[in-house]
Write a protein that binds this ligand. Sequence first.
Ligand code: KIV
Ligand code: ZN
Length: 389
Amino acid sequence: MEREGRRIYIFDTTLRDGEQSPGVSLNVQEKLEIARQLAKLKVDVIEAGFPIASPGDFEAVKAIAQEIEGPVIAALARINEKDIDRAWEAVKYAARPRLHVFIATSDIHMKHKLRMTREEVLAAVQRGVTYAKQHCQDVEFSPEDASRSDPDFLCQVLELAIASGATVLNIPDTVGYATPPEFGRLIALIRQRVRGIEGVTLSVHCHNDLGLAVANSLAAIENGATQVECAVNGIGERAGNTALEEIVMALFTRYDYYRCKTGIVTEEIYRTSRLVSTLTGMPVQYNKAIVGKNAFAHESGIHQDGVLKERTTYEIMNPAMIGLVQSNIVLGKHSGRHALRTRLAELGFNLTEAELEKAFQRFKELADRKKEITDRDLEAIVEHEIRHI
Ligand code: KIV
Ligand code: ZN
């Protein structure tokens, strides 16, 4: 049954902020592979990269803009002409391009990092958004460190960004400092005070330093935000960003409370999580909500008994909703390459011929020792022996 309710737009930043996770570096082909999967997941926006950051980032944004259909493709730029030109050069090939420009607005950032006065920041916002708008209809503006900015100044900056042509205003909790009630109030204040706000998309971008990114995003939604920026498996700078799978499944599972819906094909969540973990080399913690190895595992006898009698006693989500399906093909020593390839694809592993051959050899060796090969065995083969995570 089609759900009614407010539509929340999912802006995926796995390929930009997610790639800023320490130790992560994706090449163009890997970024394209993830972007294809994000399109299958039906995210609304893919932030493909930060083109001024490196030639590789530039090429990846360009390749994604040229190939990926469906989502809006965004490129990030600081609010200066050189960055904006570079971002536009890469993203202009997209059917629906977006330029995402940012500058910090907190006193601490303006004083120590930018070494700019409030007046200088205001002038840069007006100039930068106006300049970006000459290239692209769709311009997103982010006041970096918004949650630690003076609210009066923040509202002044946001109003100016709208007047200069911004179509999306994104409110970042850059250092993950906010708490849910406080962040919710900030969003409410912005909606009340900023002239022209009703004509633009109000977005939030939360970091997870205190483990509150998803809770802060939900508080923002309750107070009228309509776009959430997030990354698959919650990867990103330091403790990461709002986890895509968590915010989406929170809205889906608690539709009774939030009355909001997304356009995400939830059945693609598990596959996307596996792919991102494999290509970034960042393992997913076992007890991670939604996609962790233990997220649907029941250990205690009482829980097992309950689940066997009636699944919903201890499961608030059906694992099938995130694409965790029990295969009816049992893999063992008599299975062939086709069955192995199919199951690996269902688990989110699209291997090259050479990788498949290697996986098949390891699978056969294991199957000689073990009667039945589980999904966990297959994941271990690919992650430890093929892709060396
Ligand atoms: O965390 C942050 O403030 C950002 C902005 C560039 C949106 O990533
Ligand atoms: Zn960020």
